[in-house]
Design a protein around this ligand. Structure first.
Ligand code: ADP
Ligand code: MG
Length: 228
């Protein structure tokens, strides 16, 4: 049987805030195959970002299992999780998360620092990644010298520079002007398709979700109307 790239089983995330228990994820199960595109939808507060952070090995579930490439991530040390993150997963966040006062090319180069790519090839690899997202000539710009759309393109280059097997995008166009939203989506989807990268993307747009092979909906369990 072909195994999934991602296998999530009965995943829970509970935040304890004083006396209040917030169930951010309740019994989520999900499989994603290599090169598959899946959209994640759900109202605000339904746990989409929590889910992405767990799948991205940035956070751990309260219970349940998460296997990435057959490996149970919860059994790994935080160093091992960081290595997995660096080698297998790319992130594109809603707020770009570029390092301020650091040039575009240095932002893109950063993941290579911890990779197996030879030092003398790193600059060229980062340059190529920026070219791929249409930012030739902007290599030395600082984040605050770039538009939102351009910053997100730097973030896409940074997410892909290590050639991950999975790209996680959490509302990647939420802070991009309408004119550039389509370009950003096309870049993400195009790059993933060309490189056989699995894509998990949070979106509020049914139109965007329509481009995906599958849509997973999360439910907000902390709202009264969601009670069983
Ligand atoms: P979404 O991305 O779908 O808007 P989130 O994953 O950000 O939802 O949040 C899901 C729920 O978990 C919300 O009720 C939110 O308030 C809560 N939550 C998220 N992060 C934390 C945290 N670090 N501590 C406590 N509660 C949190
Ligand atoms: Mg969110």
């Amino acid at each position: 049987m072909a195994s999934s790239l991602i296998e999530v089983r009965d995943l829970w995330k509970i935040y304890q805030l004083g006396d209040v228990e917030v169930q951010a994820l309740r019994a989520v199960s999900l499989d994603i195959a290599a090169a598959e595109f899946v959209a994640v939808m759900g109202s605000s507060g339904s746990g989409k970002s929590t889910f992405m952070n767990i799948v991205g090995c940035l956070d751990q579930p309260t219970r349940g299992t998460y296997r990435l490439n057959g490996v149970d991530v919860s059994t790994l040390s935080s160093d091992e999780r960081a290595t997995i993150r660096n080698h297998q997963i790319g992130f594109v966040f809603q707020n770009f998360n570029l390092i301020p006062r650091t040039s575009a090319i240095e932002n893109v180069e950063l993941p290579l620092f911890y990779s197996d790519v030879a030092i003398n090839e790193q600059r060229q690899r980062a340059r190529d990644a920026l070219a791929l997202v249409g930012l030739v000539g902007r290599e030395n710009h600082l984040p605050n010298q770039l538009s939102g759309g351009q910053q997100q393109r730097v973030a896409i280059a940074r997410a892909l520079v290590n050639r991950p097997s999975l790209l996680l995008a959490d509302e990647p166009t939420a802070n991009v002007d309408v004119k550039n939203q389509q370009t950003i989506l096309d870049l993400i989807c195009g790059a993933c398709r060309e490189n056989n990268v699995s894509l998990l993307m949070v979106t509020h747009s049914l139109e965007v979700a329509g481009r995906f092979q599958r849509v997973e909906k999360l439910q907000d369990f902390n709202q009264p109307e969601a009670a069983p």
